[in-house]
Ligand binder design. Structure first.
Ligand code: MN
Length: 242
């Protein structure tokens, strides 16, 4: 039980960090898979991430049904999370956000690629999912299991995907990993737009991306820094890695 409490505390911290780093605003969310049952995940009730407390965290099955709702209102787009956990057994944490810098890429079809070493976690390239391809005119929200699964299929085996006219998703091996990629996905998008205005970009090569993403990549230092910036207690993961 102690481990679950610590996991929930990290999930609450992650919500505050993503808000402090301007990856989410009133909207956007992060979840974590339940280590006791891989067919369940934890996600806040529908609330702005900066305001989330441990009592807001709900548990869902992979179809997005609450395990213990207690009258709490879930996020409409919880299906994003369940579908990615269903498709990707190795993924432990999922972020969905509408960060501003990613939007121009999703609507133009201009591909995002890692532009600097710390952004290598976004993957070799970032696919774009267009909800209209399969579902026609919608309110753009991933509001059922079928939509979630279609998005998860576009994500494929990668860490990130853009959602046309909406935002993006990030899939990580841990809460820390997903937060780090989400922060650097937005940074990469901003830098890529600025560099593109100057001239032709030399992105990281495939080998460089693989080398950065190899064993030993650690985000504990970043996690401690982000906790302090967000004003939430820092809890060591106990290992220097992810
Ligand atoms: Mn959304």
């Amino acid at each position: 039980m102690q481990d679950i409490e610590a996991l929930i505390a990290d999930l609450v911290a992650a919500n505050h960090i993503l808000s402090a780093e301007h990856v989410v605003d009133a909207f956007g969310h992060i979840s974590v898979r339940d280590p006791r049952d891989p067919k369940r995940f934890f996600l806040s009730r529908a609330r702005a991430p900066e305001l989330i407390e441990a009592g807001d965290i709900m548990e869902f099955n992979l179809q997005g049904e609450p395990i213990d709702g207690r009258g709490r209102q879930p996020y409409l787009e919880r299906f994003i999370h369940g579908a990615i956990y269903e498709a990707r057994p190795e993924i432990q944490s999922v972020v969905h956000n509408h960060s501003h810098n990613v939007i121009p890429f999703g609507v133009t079809g201009e591909k995002l690629y890692p532009i600097m070493h710390s952004c290598a976690g976004i993957g070799h390239e970032v696919p774009i999912w267009d909800i209209a391809d399969k579902f026609g005119d919608t309110n753009m929200l991933v509001s059922n299991v079928a939509m979630g699964r279609d998005l998860a299929a576009r994500l494929g085996t990668g860490a990130t995907a853009l959602m046309r006219g909406h935002g993006c998703v990030v899939a990580g091996r841990s809460i820390r990993h997903a937060v780090q990629i989400a922060v650097y996905l937005d940074l990469n998008a901003g830098l890529q737009m600025r560099a593109a205005a100057l001239g032709k970009i030399k992105f990281l090569s495939k080998g460089e991306i693989d080398a950065v993403n190899g064993p030993g990549v650690g985000s504990e230092r970043a996690w401690e820094y982000w906790c302090v910036r967000a004003g939430v207690p820092y809890r060591s993961a106990g290992t220097p890695g992810l």
